[in-house]
Ligand binder design. Sequence first.
Ligand SMILES: CC(C)(COP(=O)(O)OP(=O)(O)OC[C@H]1O[C@@H](n2cnc3c(N)ncnc32)[C@H](O)[C@@H]1OP(=O)(O)O)[C@@H](O)C(=O)NCCC(=O)NCCS
Length: 195
Amino acid sequence: MQALTVCELPIDFAPAAFRIKCVSEPWERREALALRRAVFCVEQGVFVGNDLDAIDAHATLLVACACVAGECDQVVGTVRIHEAEPGVWWGSRLAVHPSYRHLGRLGATLIRLAVSMAHARGATAFWAHVQQQNVALFEKLNWHLHGPVQLHGRPHGLMEASLAHYPPCHEPDWGYFTLPQARARASASAGERRT
Ligand SMILES: CC(C)(COP(=O)(O)OP(=O)(O)OC[C@H]1O[C@@H](n2cnc3c(N)ncnc32)[C@H](O)[C@@H]1OP(=O)(O)O)[C@@H](O)C(=O)NCCC(=O)NCCS
């Protein structure tokens, strides 16, 4: 008997929206950690087998989810933040699924939520070790480079966010929404036509 196909998605299916928020469900955490493993162990080879460390025991995990019918359906990006000493926060393990890069400003919005959430929790400084090829991305997002550093045998930049550009976000469980860029451009030009 032929298998019943419940729903066939068109080949060029793309999510209508992305939601960037704190992890709230066990499956979101599982998928975020799997994505980190895929990016940092398999794609980049920075770690062997597993990228978990002691920080994960107390860090807050954020995710970017592809939404279907307005609901989070799949984790396609992640980052973690932690407070290392009073007021001093760090971000790390920023990763976006390769198929979703340069698509919905997911990396930039994860960074925005990470810093804005820490700001709301009393951060007076927010730092990250940024892989050298991503320093330009962070500079565009109002981070300052303090100098080069070698980490995991690779060149990184020690960078600090300009908190003035990251107003506190007090509702990280709700987070932010973004649209795929083609759709965002279409909405913007439809808005231009309406005005
Ligand atoms: C780095 C990474 C998180 C960026 O995610 P992304 O979702 O593709 O980034 P965004 O779409 O939010 O990028 C925002 C803007 O920065 C640009 N940009 C993205 N990566 C960039 C880079 N490495 N250098 C310069 N600009 C960059 C984008 O083109 C976009 O430009 P626009 O504002 O003109 O549209 C993603 O490439 C990734 O997961 N890389 C592998 C893991 C990694 O390197 N992690 C970071 C460790 S520090």
